[in-house]
Design a binder for this molecule. Sequence first.
Ligand SMILES: Nc1ncnc2c1ncn2[C@@H]1O[C@H](COP(=O)(O)OP(=O)(O)OP(=O)(O)O)[C@@H](O)[C@H]1O
Length: 715
Amino acid sequence: MGNQSSRISDLLLRALDNLSQEDLKRFKDKLSHSDFEGKGTIPRGQLENADRIDTKNLLMEFYSGDAAVDATIEVFTQINLRDSAAKLREEREKGYKKKYKEDIKKKYKLIKDMNSCFGDNIILNRRYTNLTIVDRPRQHAEVMTERTSSAVTLATLYKPDKDGQTPQVVVLLGAAGIGKTMTARKIMYDWAAGELYKKKFDFVFYINCREMNLLNEKGSVADMIFKSWLNTNAPVNHILVNPEKLLFIIDGFDELRFSFDQPKDNLCTDPWEKKPMEILLSSLFRRTVVPESYLMITTRPAALEKLGQCLECSRYAEILGFSKAEREEYFYKFFGNENQARQALRFVKANEILFTMCFVPFICWIICTVLKQQLEKGENLTQTSKTVTGVYMLYLSSLVKPLSNNTKQHLYGNLRGLCSLAADGIWKQKILFEEEEIKKFGLDQENSLPLFLNENIFQKETDCECLYSFIHLSFQEFFAALLYVLEEDETTDSGIPKKDVKTLLENYGNSKNYLMLTVRFLFGLLNEERMKDLKEKFGCKISPKIKADLLKWVQANQETDLTLLCVHEGIYQSYQLELFHCVYEMHEEDFAVNALDHFTALNLNQNKFTQMDQRALSFCVKHCRRLESLCMCDLLSDSHFPLCLPVSCRFSDCHLTAACCEDLSSILSIKQTLVELRLAGNSLGESGVKLLCEGLKHVNCKLQKLRCVFTIFFP
Ligand SMILES: Nc1ncnc2c1ncn2[C@@H]1O[C@H](COP(=O)(O)OP(=O)(O)OP(=O)(O)O)[C@@H](O)[C@H]1O
């Protein structure tokens, strides 16, 4: 007997056992007259002498599966045994939930490391580290300037807000690799384990946008539920009875290729109605179908505008990544060996930029993976990197290093194919690739695949289809960028469309935001050291002339007097801020000086920057040679903003510390053009003020105006 039959058998027997002898007699009598769902009646002769077990067996034989329970409930109701009917209904619901939860727990309990061998899994809870998540104000102009953001936990996402409104749609935002998918998986697991949303949701369904892109057939909400149901037939009818107890997690909105500007009368309202995927998803987002259900949508910030066009969200929350303490916790979890974790942490902390970058879990994973390999081989921990591109290169090098010479010979060809596949995919917003495409780019050779691509087994209706994806979307973006840097190669590129960097930049400028990370990597790859590595380690022929195109592009996108308004730690990501990130990613003084030559004034007030934003800005401001005025306030308390050298500097409420005063002091003693300095709202401390005074006393100091309010007591 299958699992489901055995569950139904127990359920029915319990229900019949609870009947008195008299009620059982009435039940059998009514049953012998009932033509349930046109299936005819169970012959009276068979029922007459049947005991409870026989009756149960007859019910199961005659009405197979769930219909036997439906028939029993119906007959209970007809003979006025309403309590028994309600109890059976309730027990069946509990059974469904229990089974679904068990299956979900099994499915989400394990995760696969991106570079792991088949069957090499890790227990989710042993690796999952808490992330910092904050609530975000809505995107109305008047609230965009609201600067407070409060920490939230997964458990409080669907709790009423301060106005008493319970959000029905939660958008979980976060940059590439910050942990959105991991969080979605953790929610699935915790819910199934009874640790999250226990009373709030009866069923939680996970929908992966990457897979949605590939579904050419029409589908319905019911089909989505069927697909999530792992083993048995989903009791969709019963699930849909209480839509307000359902949560749909739609993971990776930014990966969807569809446009969502459907006219309203195209949308569906019936959960059983089959529609093309883009209409079905539009209907869910625009709340025309199962409008009482709850949604959680994860997306990168770049797709926020598109999402806003088809969805009215009631709560935005943003994943900010790992705090310092969480980064440390991650290292211990990753290594599972205190000694190694301590060594690795000591090494990473000594390189401040590297440690800062670890706020992104995926970067943390790459760094730990590379360090683990080095530690296991007894090598010294020597690699350092200042940019995200540098970290990705580290990973690439670590993969290539142990390859045999024979494999290395084919490396460049494979890499080119891989880059072409990646770029092709980025343009088509395609993340899963079929075997045909793998062949088209010559990647079907031994050794070319396992290094960079994952094999996914994707359930397409009943057939199992084999698909490939990069080990992480950001790696696809990295390889796509690499294609633009590689020199055209007439011998190997036949049939592969040529890629023009100007088209890439133009399209990105025209708000094709999904190109954002690719463009950022492009800058990163053109760093001299990266190019040298690419040549030496991977045999790449690099085309440095595109640096000139990048320079022109940055220059063309500049104003002289720039005010960056309302950047809330990445949410309202400004195009201009992204340009600063690009310049940072290249990390070259000459380029930065030329690229930023236009700026004379920079106003960074009203912003809340992430640590990485601050690093990028710090680097850029340092290289704005013609900057005359810099105005900023309210930096993070552990910020590292440069005390750069324009004519006028305003650092109001910048949490400047005594350490910053040391820089300031030396600037005052060198920079004779600095004439105005405003420092209101900073508590510099006694030692800070003393340091400042040193600079002010210096013979080179030509400061004319100093504005500050100090509360400090000198002994
Ligand atoms: N909370 C976490 N604890 C431990 N590791 C994490 C966590 N979040 C993410 N990671 C690591 O970072 C990797 C990338 O995370 P994930 O795929 O969830 O990012 P994402 O935000 O969905 O990225 P993208 O927008 O590029 O799809 C994971 O595969 C995992 O190794």
